[in-house]
Design a protein around this ligand. Structure first.
Ligand code: NAD
Ligand code: GLY
Length: 349
C-alpha cells in the first residue's frame, strides 16, 4: 500500500493498493464517520464495481444510495448535474453526509462539482477506476461540467476528503482507455520526473503501484504549491494547448489521450526547432510516446490549431502560456504572444 498526502485547502490522503475497493468502508471511516453515502457512478462501472462498494460501505455502517449516469463525456452535462442534485435532495442527503465518485474522470468531475455546490459544499470521496482518473483527475480538486460552448467551462476548485485508488479495477478497462491514461503518465515524466520517464521503458502494469504513486506525488507537489492554477500547476498542461484544439477540431472523435500525445509531440518538435531541447531528447520522448501505441502526427494545420487555441479560456490578453520542454523532465512555463502561436505550432508539425 502507498499513501500520498495532499496539503491543499483540505488535507487528504490518496491511498493506492490492490483490492482496496472491498475495504472502502473501513478506509472511509477513518476520515468520515458512518453516515448516508450517495454514490455516483456510470453505466459501465456500476455492473462491475458498485455492489462491492455498497457492500463495503454498509459493512462499515454507512447507509448507501446510488445514481448511475450513462458512460461517456456527454454525461458531464448540466442536465446530469441538476438530476444528481435532485437525487441528493430527494434522498435527504445533508451536510453531514458524504458523496462518492466511483468511476473515471467524467464521474469524478461531475460528482465533485455536485459536492462543491450541493448545500454549498458536502464532503466527497473519489474512487477512481481509470488510469487517467488515478493519476490525474481524482487528485487536486478540479471539478467541472461541460456546456455546449465548451468542455469544463463551469466548475469549482473543491478537494475530496479521501482518494481510494484500487488499481485492480484497471483489469477491466478497455485497452484504448488504458492507453489514453498512459499519455498522462508519460506527461509527468516529461514535465519534471526523468526517473519516471525512464521507468516507462518497461511496461506499466507490472510496476503500476509505483507508477501511480510517482504521478500522484508529482501532481500533489504542484497542487500544494499552486492549488488555484495560477502558476506551476499549469505545467500539467504540457501538450494540452494543441491537444484541446485537436479534440475540438475532431469534434471529440480523437480521444483526449491521443490528442495529448499529439500535442506533446508538437511542442517537443517545436522546442527542438527553437533550440530549447536537444534533438536526441526530442526523439527519445516522441519514441516513448509512440511505443505506447499513442499517435504523434497531427492531422490539422498550424493555422487551425492556433485559431481554436486562441479562443480557449487559457488565453490572457495578448499572450498565452505554453509549457515548453527544455529536456526530459525539465518543462517550463513559457509565455508567448498570441501572434507567434501559429509559427510555434508550424515548427512542431
Ligand atoms: P471516463 O470517465 O469517460 O472513462 C472512460 C471510459 O471507461 C468510460 O466509458 C467508463 O465507463 C469506462 N470505465 C471507467 N472505469 C472502468 C473500469 N475500471 N473498467 C471498465 N470500464 C471503465 O474518462 P476518463 O478518461 O477517466 O476521464 C476523462 C475526463 O476527465 C474528462 O471529462 C476530462 O475533462 C476529465 N479530466 C479532469 C481532470 C481534473 O483534474 N479534474 C484531469 C484530467 C481529465
Ligand atoms: N489536470 C490538470 C490539473 O489538474 O491542473
Amino acid at each position: 500500500m502507498k499513501k500520498v498526502t495532499v496539503n491543499a485547502s483540505r488535507v487528504y490522503d490518496i491511498i493506492i493498493d490492490k483490492g482496496i475497493l472491498d475495504r472502502a468502508g473501513e478506509l472511509c471511516a477513518t476520515v468520515k464517520k458512518p453516515c448516508r453515502a450517495a454514490i455516483l457512478t456510470d453505466s459501465n462501472v456500476a455492473p462491475l464495481y458498485l455492489a462491492r462498494l455498497e457492500k463495503s460501505l454498509s459493512g462499515a455502517g454507512y447507509e448507501t444510495v446510488s445514481y448511475t449516469i450513462p458512460a461517456g463525456e456527454s454525461s458531464k452535462s448540466a442536465e446530469n448535474y441538476l438530476a444528481f442534485l435532485s437525487f441528493l435532495a430527494q434522498n435527504k442527503i445533508t451536510r453531514s453526509d458524504c458523496i462518492f465518485a466511483l468511476g473515471g474522470g467524467v464521474v469524478g468531475d461531475l460528482c465533485g462539482f455536485c459536492a462543491a455546490t450541493y448545500l454549498r459544499g458536502v464532503e466527497f470521496i473519489q474512487i477512481p477506476t481509470t488510469l487517467l482518473a488515478m493519476v490525474d483527475s481524482s487528485v487536486g480538486g478540479k471539478t467541472a461540467i461541460d456546456i455546449p460552448e465548451g468542455k469544463n467551462l463551469v466548475g469549482a476548485f473543491y478537494q475530496p476528503s479521501l482518494v481510494i485508488c484500487d488499481y485492480d479495477t484497471l483489469s477491466t478497462l478497455p485497452d484504448d482507455i488504458f492507453t489514453d491514461g498512459c499519455a498522462e503518465v508519460i506527461k509527468y515524466g516529461l514535465i519534471n520526473d526523468k526517473e519516471l520517464f525512464c521507468k516507462l521503458k518497461n511496461p506499466i502494469m507490472p510496476q503500476i503501484e509505483d507508477i501511480i504513486e510517482n504521478c500522484v506525488r508529482n501532481k500533489r507537489d504542484v497542487v500544494d504549491a499552486d492549488e488555484r492554477d495560477t502558476g506551476v500547476r499549469q505545467l500539467l498542461n504540457l501538450g494540452h494547448t494543441a491537444a484541446h484544439s485537436i479534440e475540438a477540431l475532431s469534434d471529440f472523435a480523437i480521444s483526449h489521450g491521443s490528442a495529448v500525445a499529439m500535442g506533446m509531440a508538437i511542442i517537443l518538435r517545436a522546442a527542438a526547432a527553437l533550440g530549447h531541447i536537444s534533438k536526441e531528447d526530442c526523439d527519445e520522448a516522441i519514441g516513448r510516446i509512440s511505443s505506447y501505441g499513442l499517435p504523434t502526427d497531427c492531422p490539422y494545420s498550424a493555422r487551425e490549431l492556433a485559431d481554436v487555441a486562441l479562443n480557449d479560456k487559457k488565453r490572457q490578453g495578448g499572450s498565452i502560456t505554453l509549457i515548453m520542454p527544455f529536456g526530459i523532465g525539465d518543462s517550463r512555463l513559457y509565455k508567448v504572444s498570441v501572434d507567434s502561436l501559429e509559427e510555434i505550432f508550424k515548427a512542431g508539425l
